[in-house]
Design a protein around this ligand. Structure first.
Ligand code: FE
Length: 348
């Protein structure tokens, strides 16, 4: 073993001992007619435990297959998968944002899975064209506004927020966040780099403060009167409204006469070195099913990726909208150009 391999295996084993894997087990037995299996699927997930555990429990109940999972930051889990290589225990990697899923695919961490079940459950624009990853829930990134200071008819597109009427009235999340990168990537895809550059310049010119660290801060700034409009993922709006139902804030569906609202996904792929590929494919198919999609949507106030499944009641009350059908792999392919453009135009 050369020195590089020794260092690598030391790093991997030290990481492995620090974090522990949690297991969801079937507590049912065959005398009650439930499926029993010794099979286990292991998942690395950047989605938090409370968002995945109910899904894995339901899967285990349906199939008897146990799910072991490890949660952590997306970037750290990707590095871990790279270090572990074919020694990994992970059969599946779950994370948020097509930009992150695309990156994991570009690092050769996934294998292609294109089954008829997945193809019929999840629309093509929410899946990797090569089958490396599949979107499992949809998050919409749209305009949020103060109902005290903004008239709905003054809103229209993301580009409109770059016009003079929004001078010193706009709050945005930092360009460092992958959500901002994916939105700008979609604008480059739809309108080209020159037009997108002009829009970003206009946004920067209209900012009332330096970009916020979080979507929730964008909304709090609007509530505090620091700005009047912003752009957020709708589940953050859902969380805020759940706590303060009378907040004078509303969502506006952007680009309805043009390209549609920018949507993104949380999703998953089967790892390249999965030791239980079959079980992982079964879990992925199950996660795309109507039963799982209902759970998925309600846990985090997101939209089902399976378009045959209705949104949760709270989410439905925000109204329906046309979504941008750009294939989400573009969020990854155009990410570097998006980052460079935001840098050039001074969007921090
Ligand atoms: Fe988020």
């Amino acid at each position: 073993m050369d020195i590089k391999k020794i260092i690598l295996s030391t790093i991997v084993s030290s990481i492995l001992t620090v974090s522990s894997i949690t297991a969801v087990q079937a507590t049912y037995n065959s005398s009650e007619g439930q499926v029993v299996s010794d099979e286990t699927v292991t998942v690395y997930s950047s989605r938090k435990e409370h968002l995945i555990k109910p899904l894995f429990e339901a899967f285990t109940k349906d199939t008897g297959i146990k799910v072991e999972y490890l949660t952590g930051k997306g970037g750290a889990l990707i590095e871990r998968l790279k270090l572990e290589g074919d020694n990994t225990q992970a059969d599946m990697f779950m994370t948020v944002d097509a930009g992150n899923l695309w990156y994991a695919g570009s690092q050769d961490l996934f294998q292609s899975v294109q089954t008829e079940t997945i193809k019929s459950n999840i629309p093509a624009h929410l899946r990797d064209p090569k089958g490396l990853w599949t979107g499992l829930s949809v998050r919409a990134r749209t305009i949020v506004y103060s109902t005290d200071r903004v008239k709905e008819q003054d809103l229209s597109t993301y580009a409109n927020l770059a016009t003079d009427q929004w001078k010193d009235r706009l709050c945005l999340r930092t360009s460092k966040k992958v959500y901002s990168k994916s939105l700008v990537a979609s604008m480059i895809y739809n309108q080209g780099e020159d037009k997108t550059g002009d829009i970003i310049s206009g946004w920067v010119n209209n900012l009332s403060a330096t970009p916020n660290a979080k979507d929730s801060h964008v909304m709090n700034s609007i509530l505090a009167g620091q700005c009047d409009v912003g752009i957020v993922n709708t589940y953050y709006f859902g969380r805020l409204i759940a706590k303060n139902p009378h907040s004078p804030l509303k969502l506006f569906w952007a680009n309805q006469d043009t390209t549609g609202v920018h949507v993104n996904v949380s999703g998953a792929g089967v790892t390249k070195h999965a030791s239980n590929k079959e079980g992982a494919v079964q879990l992925l198919e199950w996660l795309s099913s109507a039963k799982a999609q209902v759970i998925y949507g309600s846990l985090n106030k997101e939209y089902p990726a399976n378009q045959k499944v209705a949104s949760d009641d709270v989410v439905s009350a925000w109204g329906s909208f046309k979504q941008d059908e750009m294939n989400l792999s573009q969020a990854g392919l155009l990410q570097a150009r998006a980052v460079r453009l935001m840098q050039i135009k001074g969007y921090r």
